[in-house]
Ligand binder design. Structure first.
Ligand code: FEO
Length: 171
């Protein structure tokens, strides 16, 4: 039911989502070393969400009898001299993922693969949310990150993020 070309891109997307988790764990490394445990916690939860995204696509392909092919995950590289650099890398990465999801949606549409389009609706909304979150982190850091006391409070606020597994229909 899922077209071959679409299956190929969905498999690549599994890899991109797992890479996202890996990249965000690299962010956690940097932030932990800086003692910013709230920011580190926020990205640790984000890494968990990325693994969930990968597994949703994995389950979707299996459920519909399409072949899942796992590829090697690239080593994440983070070049950052400040928390702001990390946050900007986060936004840039989410924009890359959004473009990738949009590309699969477009191919599914061209192939009249309605099942995949319906499945990806959740991902399109999720990407909107993830870019908004990344922008908000940047904005708040721009406003308050310059002063140590405010940064401390901001870091404490980010500690409150909770993890909730996604609920997405795959069948
Ligand atoms: Fe799964 Fe942050 O994209």
């Amino acid at each position: 039911m899922i077209k071959k070309e679409v299956t190929k891109l969905l498999n690549e997307q599994i890899n991109k989502e797992l890479f996202s988790a890996y990249l965000y764990l690299e962010f956690v490394n940097y932030l932990t070393e800086k003692g910013l445990m709230g920011y580190a916690h926020w990205y640790r939860v984000q890494a968990q969400e990325e693994r969930d995204h990968a597994m949703l696509i994995y389950d979707f392909l299996h459920y519909h009898g399409a072949k899942v092919e796992l590829d090697a995950i690239d080593k994440p590289v983070l070049k950052a001299d400040s928390v702001m650099d990390v946050l900007k890398e986060g936004l840039k990465h989410e924009q890359f993922v959004t473009a990738s999801i949009n590309n699969i949606y477009d191919l599914a549409k061209q192939n009249k693969d309605f099942l995949t389009q319906r499945f990806l609706d959740w991902f399109i909304n999720e990407q909107g949310e993830e870019e908004a979150n990344a922008n908000e982190l940047i904005l708040k850091n721009e406003m308050f990150g310059g002063d140590a006391r405010s940064l401390y409070l901001l870091d404490q606020e980010l500690m409150a993020r909770t993890y909730a597994p996604p609920s997405v229909q795959i069948g």
